[in-house]
Design a protein. Structure first.
Length: 235
């Protein structure tokens, strides 16, 4: 079995600069799939692009809140629902799936969540049930595809490590891929009009790497097939 790589860009619909970056990385780089935030400020624009580009695999980036690390503690920038309330999470997920269909005119090719909130219960179980019903993978929870999150330029507390999102870093990741399917998460954006936040400048660095011809050359050199979630056989 050969090694296949899905390069998936998170946060589609979050901001105009994010949309532009993801579109550029898809049209000129190695991004093959994206995850849509249906509550994002420019989700309508993202959905319109998805309708016009059916070859772009689009999943749902479930948005239940966002938290920032500052002064030694995590604080909520916003919370959509109480992530400990299973019924509230289920209702919100249903609403976001319906909104996804309205925006894109199709079903999601995969599920994941903003800031990986599905790593904890009860969000994990709620999203797993939805993924099983849809027959699509939930990030990090599907034996058909492994998730790699190491193409990321910060640590868990927001300290920047740009050396983790260079062409050389991308090549090291690609060179270490096992046989089978792997998803590599990324967050490209044109950051000139993005508000200050925990991951702003790094998005622009990611974008340049993902569009660098050396990234595609790395895939060829290591014998990696570039795939999208739409090509992963449904359960």
């Amino acid at each position: 079995m050969s090694a296949a790589l899905v390069v998936n860009a998170d946060d589609f619909g979050l901001a105009a600069g994010v949309n532009r970056g993801i579109i550029r990385a898809f049209e000129r780089g190695v991004v093959t799939s994206t995850s849509l935030m249906v509550r994002g400020a420019v989700a309508v624009d993202a959905g319109r692009y998805a309708r016009a580009q059916p070859e772009l695999a689009v999943g749902l980036h479930v948005d239940l809140g966002e938290w920032s690390y500052a002064n030694g503690a995590w604080t909520a920038d916003y919370e959509v629902v109480d992530t400990g309330d299973e019924q509230a999470v289920t209702r919100e997920l249903t609403a976001q799936l319906l909104r996804f269909a309205e925006l894109t005119g199709r079903r999601p090719t995969h599920l994941d969540s903003h800031q990986h909130v599905h790593g904890a219960e009860p969000v994990r179980s709620v999203l797993l049930r939805a993924a099983e019903c849809l027959g699509v993978p939930l990030r990090g929870c599907d034996g058909r595809i492994t998730h790699r999150g190491d193409f990321y330029g910060q640590d868990g507390r927001g300290e920047s490590y740009p050396e983790l999102i260079t062409v050389a870093a991308f090549d090291r990741i690609v060179g270490s891929l096992p046989e089978g399917w792997t998803e590599l998460g990324c967050h490209p954006a044109e950051a000139d009009d993005l508000p200050a936040g925990m991951y702003r400048d790094e998005r622009a660095i990611e974008l340049e790497v993902l569009c660098d011809p050396a990234a595609r050359s790395s895939l060829t050199r290591h014998g990696i097939e570039l795939k999208s979630f739409a090509e992963l056989l449904p359960r």
